[in-house]
Design a protein. Structure first.
Length: 249
């Protein structure tokens, strides 16, 4: 499909999804044809989406980016979720050669030293594996919500991703944490125990801290950086990441 057609299709989907519930949005996404991929971080929002995919057997590939720096609790949750829903969550790892090159240039934990070094690490451990995970996909399902941060306040239900030439679907865009928590409690959805210890948003272990009462949900992610730069590159166009050079993608 051409770029213009995909863009028009995304606008149409965005309007249709406003009237649907979560199961309806996922069912519609699965029915669009081509490869449909859901990338889960195993965070509580993503567990809600995985629950609906698993319970309804939607034809959606569930994948995760196994960065090599995840919390042990997150790694365990991948296995527990596969067991609960009888599904495979396919792991995409960084390339060893990329990790070695990063460590040689910046040091293994060089991401604390500069925004450039941090984006380079996310580029190697997340953005490049994401490109492999989405290879051949026509639809990319995510757990983005408008309430997660200022960067995400305008998240639509469906949008055209020109960089990857696919349609990105955010079926939880209008959900709030109260609704998510109710669903998780009612359906006994398995979640990361770190959420109960002050981690509403969970990424790599060295780059995530617990938040204090009243702090924004993503305040614990890359907490040493300024707010406007705190994304990993998965949901931000390359041009909007000034320190993320194309060679790092
Ligand atoms: S979140 Fe931290 S450890 Fe994980 S890929 Fe990004 S910089 Fe590297």
């Amino acid at each position: 499909m051409t770029m213009i057609n995909l863009s028009t299709e995304a606008q149409s989907l965005n309007e249709r999804m406003q009237e649907l519930d979560l199961a309806g949005r996922l069912s519609l996404a699965a029915s669009l044809g081509g490869r449909v991929v859901f990338t889960t971080s195993l965070g509580i929002e993503d567990q809600v989406i995985t629950h609906f995919i698993g319970e309804n057997r939607f034809d959606i590939d569930v994948v995760t980016l196994e960065t090599g720096r995840l919390f042990p609790e997150t790694v365990q949750l991948i296995a527990d979720t596969e067991s609960r829903y009888g599904m495979e969550i396919r792991r995409f790892f960084p390339e060893k050669a990329d990790i070695d090159a990063y460590a040689a240039q910046y040091g293994l934990n060089g991401f604390y030293d500069s925004v450039e070094a941090r984006h380079a690490c996310c580029g190697v451990r997340k953005v490049k594996p994401l490109a492999r995970a989405l290879a051949g996909a026509s639809i990319w399902v995510t757990g983005l919500r408008r309430g997660q941060s200022g960067n995400r306040a305008d998240t639509p239900f469906a949008e055209y991703d020109g960089e990857r030439n696919l349609i990105k679907i955010n079926p939880l865009a209008d959900w709030d944490m109260e609704k998510i928590n109710c669903l998780v409690a009612d359906e006994a959805v398995p979640i990361n125990p770190l959420h109960a210890r002050g981690y509403p948003s969970i990424g790599c272990e060295p780059c995530t801290r617990a938040i204090k009462p009243g702090e924004p949900e993503r305040a614990g992610r890359w907490w040493w950086e300024n707010d406007e730069k705190r994304e990993c590159g998965l949901h931000v166009p390359e041009a909007a990441l000034p320190s993320l050079e194309s060679s790092e993608l």
